[in-house]
Structure formats: structure tokens, C-alpha cells
Write a protein that binds this ligand. Structure first.
Ligand code: IPD
Ligand code: CA
Ligand code: CA
Length: 278
């Protein structure tokens, strides 16, 4: 195995350790899945459970011990700053991506861990689905795997043969509520899914199950790991206009098998056009 070292971190060792951490947090979620849960709303339609918080506490402690020179930050508020002489790298944790599914007893959710450098480039990504026991992972420049087997994006060349996925923001009242984009994709594709975990949606593009995925307004914890996994599996990730995507900036994210990218960009443009003229 080739050593890929960045900022003094051996990325192959890092991804191996991060997989162990994601699997440990995933086991905690799996055990909690059949038990009654306490649900709170962090805002409007932005759910959190005690399991999101417990998973984040566990994953963040393990990351901090394993990577003492890195920063650690999580969706539910955990923040650890590395000592000044440490590597300027940050691990972003989504401790339970797919909280709605978890709350409703739907077994589709994941733990997502992404390690970013200060420029927003993702170096290591791990997404673990505890109910299907699938662990997707990638290292920049080192390819992508699922449970150790290499994965690759699909070879679909026409949107009408494609299975496409998306998600909705917590607040559906905003003008970016994604309904115009759904209306534009539905008649042009074979199928459109909302699976409920952005991190898994990206991994499904990476493994050729989905051909296209788009979503607006994701946070670094939702998408960092998945973006790298798509890129390392041969896919393309840009903003809605087809321009380079910046994980720190967010906005519209479009991930495809590359072959469908231009067609998907033009569907998104037509959605914006129809929104303007309505
Ligand atoms: C959500 C999921 C969902 C996506 C939302 C995210 P959470 O994350 O990834 O698929 O559509 O935009 O907020 O709240 O379950 O961690
Ligand atoms: Ca999330
Ligand atoms: Ca979450």
C-alpha cells in the first residue's frame, strides 16, 4: 500500500482509524434504534435525539485521542481546537445523518467523518451505514471502497435511464426549498429518490447505485466525506452551474457519474428559469 502523507498525517492509517471510529459510533446507533427515543426540534423541522448527541460525544472523543494534532468539530456542537503547533486539519462529524429516518424507525442513516485541510480540500472521508453494515471510505488520490472493495460511479449516459436523488432543507418555506428542481428532474429521469441521508446519497452515486444527486444548503458535516468518496470513485462534484464546489462555502451541490453532469446542470438551470418566470 502506498503511503500518502499530508501535514504529517499518514492518510491510509488515518482512514483505517476513522473507519473504526465510525463503526463504533454506528454500533451505538444500531443499539439505540429499537429503543424509544427522546426527540427535540433544534429549530423548525430540525430534529435531534439523545442518540445524535451520544454518537457525537463518542466519535469526537475517539477522534481527539487518535488525532491529537487535529481540530474536531461536530454538527451537535462539539468543538476541540488542536494545539497551535498541530496539523491545520479539521475532522467534521455528522454523528447521525438521517435523523428523520431514525426518529420514524426507517433504517437508512449513517455516521459521516471527513477530514479537511484549511483550503477546504477533503483528505479523508468515511461514511458508515450501521443497519446495512456498509462502510464507504476514500483517501485523496487513493481511490474509494465499500467494505474494502473498490467502487466506481455508474456508466449511464442518458438522464432518462438514470436514478437520481436529492434532499430537502430543514426549512421548506425558503425560496431555496428545492421544489422547482424536483419538478424539473421528475419527468426527465427514470426515478427520483429522497433517501434522507446526504452522506449516503453521495456514497450511492460513488458506488453507481444513483447516477446523479443534487441538494442545496448542506453543511460541511453532511457532505465532506461523501464529496471525496464521489470524486475518488470517478464522479464529478460541482455547484449547480458546473463550477468548482467549495465545501466551506456550501450552496448548491451537484454530484454525478461525470457522464451526466452537463445534462444535470442544464436541468438545474431550467428549474431556476421556471422559478424566475413564475
Ligand atoms: C439531513 C440529511 C438529509 C438532507 C438534509 C440534512 P441530518 O441531515 O442529510 O438527507 O436532505 O439536508 O440536513 O439532519 O439528518 O443530519
Ligand atoms: Ca446531516
Ligand atoms: Ca446529523
Amino acid at each position: 500500500m502506498t503511503t500518502i502523507e499530508t501535514y504529517g498525517l499518514d492518510l491510509q492509517l488515518a482512514v483505517q482509524a476513522a473507519e473504526g471510529i465510525a463503526r463504533t459510533a454506528g454500533a451505538l446507533i444500531r443499539q439505540a434504534f429499537r429503543r424509544p427515543r427522546h426527540v427535540e426540534d433544534k429549530g423548525v423541522n430540525d430534529l435531534v435525539t439523545e442518540t445524535d448527541r451520544a454518537s457525537e460525544a463518542l466519535a469526537s472523543e475517539l477522534l481527539r485521542h487518535t488525532f491529537p494534532t487535529c481540530n474536531v468539530a461536530g454538527e451537535e456542537g462539539v468543538r476541540f481546537s488542536a494545539p497551535a503547533q498541530g496539523a491545520p486539519l479539521t475532522w467534521w462529524i455528522d454523528p447521525l445523518d438521517g435523523t428523520y429516518n431514525f426518529v420514524h424507525g426507517v433504517p437508512r442513516f449513517s455516521v459521516s467523518l471527513g477530514c479537511l485541510d484549511p483550503t477546504g480540500s477533503v483528505l479523508v472521508g468515511v461514511v458508515y451505514d450501521p443497519m446495512f453494515d456498509e462502510c464507504f471510505r476514500a483517501v485523496r488520490g487513493g481511490g474509494a471502497t465499500c467494505n474494502g472493495a473498490p467502487i466506481r460511479v455508474s456508466s449511464a449516459t442518458r438522464l432518462r435511464d438514470a436514478l437520481v436523488a436529492s434532499g430537502f432543507p430543514a426549512s421548506l418555506k425558503s425560496s431555496d426549498n428545492n421544489t422547482a428542481e424536483w419538478a424539473a428532474f421528475v419527468p426527465r429521469c427514470q426515478g427520483v429518490c429522497r433517501m434522507g441521508s446526504a452522506a449516503l446519497d453521495l456514497c450511492y452515486v460513488a458506488s453507481g447505485r444513483f447516477d446523479v444527486y443534487w441538494e442545496y444548503g448542506l453543511a460541511p458535516w453532511d457532505m465532506s466525506a461523501g464529496v471525496l468518496i464521489v470524486q475518488e470513485a470517478g464522479g464529478q462534484v460541482t455547484d449547480y452551474e458546473g463550477q468548482p464546489f467549495d465545501v466551506h462555502k456550501g450552496g448548491g451541490l451537484l454530484a454525478t457519474n461525470r457522464l451526466l453532469h452537463d445534462e444535470a446542470v442544464s436541468v438545474l438551470a431550467s428549474a431556476r428559469q421556471s422559478e424566475k418566470s413564475s
